[in-house]
Design a binder for this molecule. Structure first.
Ligand code: HEM
Ligand SMILES: *[C@@H]1O[C@H](CO)[C@@H](O)[C@H](O)[C@H]1NC(C)=O
Length: 369
């Protein structure tokens, strides 16, 4: 176990990363659920107490990570007075939901990404469309495949029962994403809190999300140019596609229209043929896994890219579209530690994009108070 902290302006961000075995994770999960069930149980402390004997390690170098936290005003103990068990409550509900349906880990992680890239991390992605305000983000074409809203509702209801009007929906998304990664893999990280919920959700704003057809230079423009991520963070965050699936609508561009070759030459031939069958049979709504182990948070995604088995254009281009991103694909394929460390760094930055200082705390994440 390793504690990292850094003073950046007025914002103190500390982060701890732990590496525990899958078996340990299961034990910890059960313990946490028991602790959540018992009011006053110090679940967070139990978790921090070495992960129940889990293997801990520190990351290399000075261990300091920058993620542009300036002005964010977030802190690890934001709810320590007002809702001390907030994180335990979130974890309890998320673990229960993922126990029933492990594929929801991907969906919850993606929700946080789609929240933060559109109007900042303000839970605008959770608002329902209304007659008065029109079509919300979640009803835009890009967001139609988002799932997990019911889990967020259940988390929020549990929080409201314990600490009414206290924990923002934007923080719930950040915590649920973290807990999902932990459930699906061997990675745990600290999430600073204090985000506020916004008042606006417009379908048109989802144009801020990167399209699946972008090449490496375009991805670099969006992530590095527009949002201030580093190139390794872009590659590590794309590694979120170690979880989940995509619909044919989002990868059929690779299956035809490449002249004589027909399919995208950067896709392995057997896989392209198999996907073409899938999409022919099922149409745009058919699905394929984003990597070979779509419920496990691991480095299979990067190994798949090396085997030319990336599903989306935006995945495979990280290896074939730019020597700079390719360097990190190779590095992360070989080193889960390097992937995890950079992923946590990227999630830290993503979780602080364009925070809304004038927001509030919604009672229901779907509707304005
Ligand atoms: C680099 C640019 C990115 C592009 C172009 C992109 C695009 C996509 C697309 C097209 C899908 C499939 C949607 C569907 O057909 O159902 C998808 C799924 C997913 N994305 Fe991304 N994404 C990107 C980055 C990210 C990031 C940064 C994260 C999170 C940190 C993320 C997390 C996910 C997850 C977990 C899924 C699977 C969802 C599920 O199975 O429910 N993606 N993404
Ligand atoms: C990436 O896409 C942009 C815009 O479509 C294009 O101008 C550029 O040539 C592409 N880069 C590569 C390496 O294909």
């Amino acid at each position: 176990m390793h504690r990292l902290s850094q003073q950046k302006g007025k914002t103190m961000v500390s982060m701890k990363q732990q590496h525990v075995t899958r078996a340990t994770a299961a034990v910890v999960a059960v313990l946490l659920l028991l602790m959540v069930a018992a009011p006053g149980g110090a679940a967070a402390q139990g978790r921090r107490g070495g992960g129940g004997g889990g293997r801990g390690y520190g990351y290399g170098g000075s261990g300091d990570h920058e993620w542009g936290g300036e002005g964010g005003g977030l802190s690890m103990d934001y709810y320590s007075m007002t809702c001390p068990h907030a994180q335990d409550i979130v974890r309890g509900v998320v673990f229960k939901a993922l126990d029933k349906d492990p594929t929801l880990a991907a969906s919850l992680l993606r929700l946080h990404f789609h929240d933060c890239f559109v109007r900042g991390c303000d839970a605008s992605v959770l608002l329902d469309s209304t007659k008065a305000h029109g079509t919300a983000e979640k009803d835009a074409l890009t967001d139609k495949s988002l799932r997990g809203f019911e889990v967020i509702d259940a988390v929020k209801a549990a929080l409201e029962a314990q600490c009414p009007g206290t924990v923002s929906c934007a923080d719930v998304l950040a915590l649920a994403a973290r807990d999902s990664v932990f459930m699906a893999g061997d990675l745990y990280y600290m999430v600073p809190m204090g985000r506020k919920d916004g008042y606006v959700s417009r379908a048109a704003d989802t144009s801020a999300l990167p399209a699946a057809t972008l090449n490496a230079s375009e991805l670099i423009k969006v992530f590095v140019g527009d949002h201030g991520f580093t190139v390794p963070e872009l590659v590590a965050l794309s590694g979120a596609h170690t979880l989940g699936q995509a619909h044919c609508a989002n990868f059929k561009n690779r299956l035809s229209g490449f002249g004589k070759a027909g399919k995208d030459p950067t896709m392995e031939a057997w896989m392209a043929a198999s996907l073409a069958k899938t999409c022919k049979a099922g149409g745009d709504g058919a699905t394929a896994k984003l990597d070979a182990t779509s419920n496990a948070f691991d480095v299979e995604y990067y190994k798949g890219l090396q085997a030319r088995r990336g599903l989306l254009t935006s995945d495979q281009t990280l290896l074939t579209g730019s020597p700079e991103t390719a360097t990190y694909v190779k590095q992360f394929a070989d080193s889960p530690d390097d992937f995890f460390e950079t992923f946590v760094q990227g999630m830290g930055r993503m979780g602080q994009l364009d925070l809304n200082p004038d927001g509030n705390v919604r009672i229901s994440c779907r509707v304005l108070n």
